[in-house]
Design a protein around this ligand. Structure first.
Ligand SMILES: NC(=O)c1ccc[n+]([C@@H]2O[C@H](COP(=O)([O-])OP(=O)(O)OC[C@H]3O[C@@H](n4cnc5c(N)ncnc54)[C@H](OP(=O)(O)O)[C@@H]3O)[C@@H](O)[C@H]2O)c1
Length: 304
């Protein structure tokens, strides 16, 4: 049997790592990058350089794209000769894109006789290729079955989210929201520690220690929201009303930024006013849902 063939489009920090990992796995790798010079280190390791994008698509049964963003993806898929060269290929889109662009890619692939998967890499280039490297994948079920082993070259933490091509992008964005929310909270905590002369580096390591159990807590709260059953199961909302008020008062007293604690405390206050204090803490989401969305969910029979 011949070697498997894969083309890698985009040789930035991530695309370069992807091409190297495929190369090391024994696949015959063809690469294409807008600035061709970046391919030089890969050519030394046996990869072939395609002179243009259409040639890169034609060269392999699987094409992995990893460029900067939605705009770059759209530009590349519209390049001359690419649609024709995509027939009978599988395009695996690993650029971080919106769900809409992922769905557009799936439609493009369908139209041109190709299969399509869209993924979201949740790791830095230096963390790729590990047993637990997290990569979310969605799209064509048959393509997933066929490509799963190849994709595991890039990371063992593959999570397939189903046939809806935008699912990986949506899940990636949802987790990104959690990361940035956590980051703001972390930085506010660093200000609190500094204001009292407490070691901020130690604070960082304590956050690391407690993160797995808080991860399990959020997993539980996700289940609460999905089930729409907000009866107290772990943590009553009213406890967080007090805690977030304490964060706000501390920030005011110490002259720290009050933007984040004001927002947090006011959301919990609103929940209290709406008599959600004796529900599970995730019931806070009820005050975060815009009215229009609540009305539409109610008309679809979702729990209030
Ligand atoms: N790096 C990370 O830590 C990381 C982690 C997770 C996910 N990701 C995702 O992986 C993707 C790539 O990231 P990266 O770090 O490799 O980015 P990068 O180092 O900035 O590389 C960007 C790549 O996109 C190409 N490109 C940009 N605009 C283009 C266009 N209009 N036409 C053709 N090619 C174009 C660049 O080509 P030139 O070389 O010609 O400029 C380069 O190959 C992004 O979607 C990113 O969000 C990255």
């Amino acid at each position: 049997m011949g070697r498997t063939t894969v083309s890698v489009i985009g040789l930035g920090a991530m695309g370069m790592t992807i091409a190297e990992l495929f190369s090391k796995s024994g696949a015959r790798v063809t690469v294409y990058n807008r600035s061709a010079g970046k391919a030089a280190p890969l050519l030394d390791k046996g990869a072939a350089l395609a002179p243009d994008l259409a040639t890169a698509f034609a060269a392999s049964d699987t094409v992995v794209m990893c460029v900067s963003n939605d705009a770059a993806v759209k530009e590349l898929l519209a390049a001359p000769g690419v649609a024709a060269a995509a027939a009978a290929r599988t395009l695996i889109q690993l650029t971080t894109i919106s769900a809409e662009t992922a769905r557009g890619g799936a439609a493009w692939a369908r139209e041109h006789g190709a299969r399509y998967l869209a993924g979201a890499i949740q790791a830095a280039p230096g963390q790729m290729g590990q047993a637990d490297t997290p990569i979310l994948i969605s799209g064509d079920e048959q393509a997933w079955a066929a490509q799963r082993a190849r994709l595991s070259t890039l990371g063992g933490g593959l999570v397939y989210l189903g046939a809806e091509p935008g699912a990986a992008a949506t899940m990636d964005l949802a987790t990104l929201s959690w990361v940035y929310g956590g980051m703001l909270g972390f930085l506010q905590g660093a200000l609190i520690a500094q204001s009292e002369g407490v070691d901020v580096a130690r604070y960082g390591s304590i956050v690391r220690e407690i993160s797995p159990s808080f991860g399990a807590f959020f997993q539980h709260e996700g289940g609460v929201i999905a089930a729409g059953d907000f009866a107290i199961s772990q943590s009553p909302l009213r406890i967080s009303v007090d805690a977030t008020e304490r964060l706000l008062q501390t920030a005011r007293r110490a002259g720290l930024s009050t933007e984040l604690p004001e927002l947090t405390a006011s959301l919990f206050q609103r929940a209290l006013q709406q008599n959600l204090g004796d529900q599970e803490v995730a019931a806070l989401i009820k005050v975060m849902v815009p009215d229009a969305l609540r009305a539409s969910a109610a008309s679809k029979g979702a729990p209030a």
